[in-house]
Design a protein around this ligand. Structure first.
Ligand SMILES: Cc1cc2nc3c(=O)[nH]c(=O)nc-3n(C[C@H](O)[C@H](O)[C@H](O)COP(=O)(O)OP(=O)(O)OC[C@H]3O[C@@H](n4cnc5c(N)ncnc54)[C@H](O)[C@@H]3O)c2cc1C
Length: 422
């Protein structure tokens, strides 16, 4: 496969000429796929299209960052089971395989001309575009919160420096500390994620011998994912440490003050030694700017193929899309990406296609070797990705089963990062 560096990409696109500008349908030039975002969604599509079309399709992956720290397993970093390095990956193998990896940000999509704009005046044409930018945070969904405030009260809902900040603050706490988490409203990435994180907070406090520290969770939701399992685990491993408050109990979040560490609800004012604020979420900016979102702030897709409902030349995979019954997870993003890659391979590379099938499992660690899971398989149905089979761990399960779940989660992590990063 021809490899384009950022420089050659720039030159060819800026020159507005052959051969990359010739539409694939009338010339010998290879069809072009541009993928926006090198997370589990975008990274998987780029690698699979490149591999499955055996170089017949020119694949460019645009991702601003040279390294990617996975949100998935970042809670294990919080709990001290992993270090940041072990969840940080790069795109060197992806580039070596023949994907043109461009470290830049797509600033605009011109859907009429089928072009993307990169930083400055660079324009690049596509035959198919994959939009996988993940999420943006709705800062103002929590009164008083902002990007600036997140430097004191981390969200850590995008992994990397934010997670590092959270971990450093957690490890610096003295016994008697108050941790306050503000959980996000639905829909958000990784439904069990906040509650696994709370478990990891409690695990660290216990490991450090704290007997007086407390964790308060202010939740805008009346229920949450795997609730009975988490609450059983909290009672078993961390009795009296975690207080989860539903809206009826806290009466509404009034606001936070990053300068004083206060989190105010109708019920009480907490002076948090560590505040973890996870705001509401929406599809990444580029998807919103390109009008791929609906009133919900997320991108509707055709469940048969992961194409955007508003533009058949564009696929939206991962957290940015509305996946029906599927939760927003790395497992889901990877599964959706494989469907999109298959369809693209069929349309541009004459590869074989099959009916779309999707799957997801979300594992959560409550305490060492006590891991619970939820998941299912999904098919197109009723205009969405419809759950056809679902499963969930049961309360009171044996230790061996929970330990096996943990092992499964480790194996899954190794397999998905190899899928995304080679
Ligand atoms: C604490 C936590 C724990 C989690 N645990 C799990 C778990 O155990 N299992 C699981 O399956 N999922 C888990 N998740 C969810 C998982 O991390 C996300 O669902 C997944 O990362 C979504 O993948 P994505 O590719 O859609 O988006 P992302 O991973 O966010 O990747 C998007 C990429 O797009 C890039 N990008 C954005 N805009 C542009 C642009 N304009 N131009 C170019 N590039 C752009 C970004 O830089 C980013 O690298 C967890 C999430 C959190 C926060």
């Amino acid at each position: 496969m021809t490899k384009l560096t950022r420089r050659s990409f720039t030159t060819l696109a800026g020159a507005a000429m052959v051969p990359l500008f010739a539409p694939a349908v009338i010339g010998q030039a290879k069809p072009r796929v541009i993928v926006i975002g090198g997370g589990p969604g975008g990274g998987t599509v780029a690698r699979y299209v490149n591999r499955d079309t055996k170089g017949a399709v020119h694949v460019t992956l645009v991702e601003p960052n040279k390294t990617f720290s996975t949100c998935f397993f970042s809670n294990l970093y919080v709990g001290g089971y992993r270090d940041l390095k072990s969840i940080t990956h790069n795109y060197e193998k992806v580039a070596k395989e023949g994907v043109n990896v461009v470290h830049d940000t797509v600033s605009a999509i011109d859907r009429d001309k089928k072009l993307v704009h990169l930083g400055g005046s660079v324009r690049a044409p596509y035959d198919r575009l994959v939009v996988a930018p993940g999420i943006d945070l709705k800062w103002d969904s929590v009164p008083g919160y902002s990007e600036k405030a997140s430097e004191t009260m981390p969200h850590a809902w995008k992994a990397g420096p934010q997670t590092e900040l959270l971990v450093n603050k957690l490890n610096a706490l003295n016994d008697g500390a108050t941790i306050v988490m503000v959980a996000p409203p639905n829909p958000y990435r990784c439904p069990p994620g906040p509650y696994e994180r709370v478990s990891m907070f409690a695990h660290v406090l216990k490991t450090k011998g704290h007997t007086r520290s407390k964790i308060v969770v202010i939740d805008p939701k009346p229920t949450f994912s795997k609730q009975a399992l988490f609450q059983e685990g909290w009672e078993k491993h961390y009795p009296g440490v975690i207080e989860w408050q539903d809206p009826k109990m806290h009466g509404g979040l009034k606001g936070i003050d990053a300068s004083t560490g206060e989190v105010k609800t109708d019920l009480a004012n907490y002076k948090a030694d560590l505040a973890n604020i996870i705001p509401a979420q929406m599809a990444g900016k580029i998807a919103r700017d390109a009008n791929l979102v609906d009133a919900s702030g997320w991108c509707p897709i055709d469940p048969e193929n992961m194409k955007s409902k508003v533009d058949p030349n564009i696929f939206v995979v991962g957290d940015a899309c509305i996946p029906g019954d599927m939760p927003k997870s790395a497992f889901s993003a990877n599964s959706q990406a494989k469907v999109a890659a298959m369809i693209i391979g069929g349309e541009l590379g004459n590869a074989r296609t099959f009916p779309a099938r999707y799957s997801n499992t979300c594992w959560s660690l409550i305490e060492t070797d006590d891991n619970v899971k939820v998941g299912g398989t999904y098919e197109p149905g009723e205009g969405k990705l419809k759950a056809v089979n679902t499963f969930i761990s049961q309360k009171g399960e044996g230790e061996d089963l929970r330990k096996t779940n943990y092992k499964e989660s480790q194996d899954w992590y190794a397999s998905i990062v190899s899928d995304v990063f080679g």
